[in-house]
Ligand binder design. Structure first.
Ligand code: ATP
Ligand code: FE2
Length: 333
């Protein structure tokens, strides 16, 4: 049986998890919460550095209670990118140290693909079109000929960052997504917002500016502005996802990433899938947001397909794109 330790720490969440063949064994985490404003990369990295020992020890103790020992660990997986440079470097250093001291291979994991694979695992979907929406990322992807291809993506900021910026402007603390969702549920009147879809790509930065103007210059109700922001941004995402499904003739769709927790986004995608006779899949919230289990799980898939990372190739890559990864664990269709 294979047992993998996974370390996640690309941004706000530091997490260590153990996954055995087909089972999430144990996960320990520690959350960085900015005192004010958004995530500060160096502060987040300092948080990770000071919490690492505690979090890893908690994960080890948890695994021991589940009947595993340190000696059972076959490899150490870590988020190699994308993410914030200082955060990535802190966690990668810990992963290298653990790999050397436990004398086990290292596995550098692409964080975006980990979001996808944990969703495929938990939901049992085989070959979906994926909508991956988080703080820094917004992409539509599908697997084809040995790689996850990016079919459409944001041209500027991720939808999560756009929501967080609006929340910050309204004086709400980070993360803003859930607070905007709450306000939006009380809105009723649609206020015009720029709907920017260019081919298969999207742009969200104009939405944030327009939402600020709607409140500041035109004195619209905050709830109506949040509602309109969500309706516009989520319709854009749904449109591009649907076009990808139509072109590829796929009848499965998987939602991934922290913004996937939004009920209104889930509802729009569900309706779109239902109307085309396709199945819509979304994992539990704890597997949508950043978590160590997804890193360990992709590590397990990579390890079992002979895909490990020599130390000299373990440098982090803050701009690591999912289509750079050669997928060794899926059949070429
Ligand atoms: P990545 O490195 O993949 O971009 P991330 O660091 O942004 O990941 P995630 O946990 O995947 O982390 O996503 C966090 C984002 O999800 C934040 O922008 C947060 O505001 C947003 N979010 C969380 N819950 C909701 C919600 N209910 N509605 C909308 N957005 C949400
Ligand atoms: Fe993420």
């Amino acid at each position: 049986m294979t047992l993998i330790l996974g370390l996640e720490g690309t941004a706000w969440n530091l997490s260590a998890a153990l996954v055995s063949e087909e089972r999430a064994v144990y996960e320990a985490e520690s959350t960085y919460k900015p005192l004010h404003g958004g995530i500060h990369p160096r502060e987040a990295a300092q948080h990770h550095a000071s919490e690492l020992k505690k979090v890893v020890s908690r994960a080890f103790r948890g695994a021991e209670k589940e009947g595993f020992s340190l000696r059972d660990i076959d490899a150490i997986a870590f988020s190699q990118g994308p993410g914030m440079g200082p955060c990535l470097r802190t966690v990668a250093t810990a992963a290298r140290a653990l790999s050397i001291s436990l004398n086990t291979p290292l596995i550098g994991v692409n964080h975006c693909i980990a979001h996808i694979e944990i969703g495929r695992w938990r939901c049992g979907t085989k070959d979906p079109v994926v909508l991956y929406v988080s703080g820094a990322n917004s992409q539509v992807l599908a697997y084809r000929s040995g790689r996850y291809r990016i079919l459409g993506e944001t041209l500027d900021i991720g939808i999560g960052n756009a929501l967080d910026k609006l929340a910050r402007y309204l004086g709400l603390s980070h993360p803003g997504g859930p607070k905007i969702e709450e306000l939006a549920s009380k809105g009723a009147e649609y206020v015009y917002m720029p709907y920017v879809v260019k081919g298969m790509d999207l742009s969200f930065s104009g939405l944030t500016t327009s939402a600020k103007d709607a409140i500041n210059l035109h004195h619209h109700k905050t709830e109506d502005v949040c509602y309109s922001f969500q309706e516009t941004a989520f319709a854009m995402l749904t449109e591009v996802t649907e076009r990808a499904m139509a072109h590829l003739c796929k009848d499965e769709m998987l939602l991934a990433g922290g913004v996937g927790a939004n009920r209104r986004l889930q509802q729009m995608l569900q309706t779109m899938c239902h109307d085309r006779g396709a199945n819509f899949y979304v994992p539990e919230n704890k597997y949508l947001k950043d978590n160590g289990t997804m890193i360990a799980y992709l590590g397990l898939l990579m390890f079992n397909s002979g895909n490990t990372t020599p130390i000299e190739k373990s440098a982090v890559n803050p701009n690591y794109r999912p289509d750079e990864v050669e997928v060794t664990w899926r059949d070429v269709e």
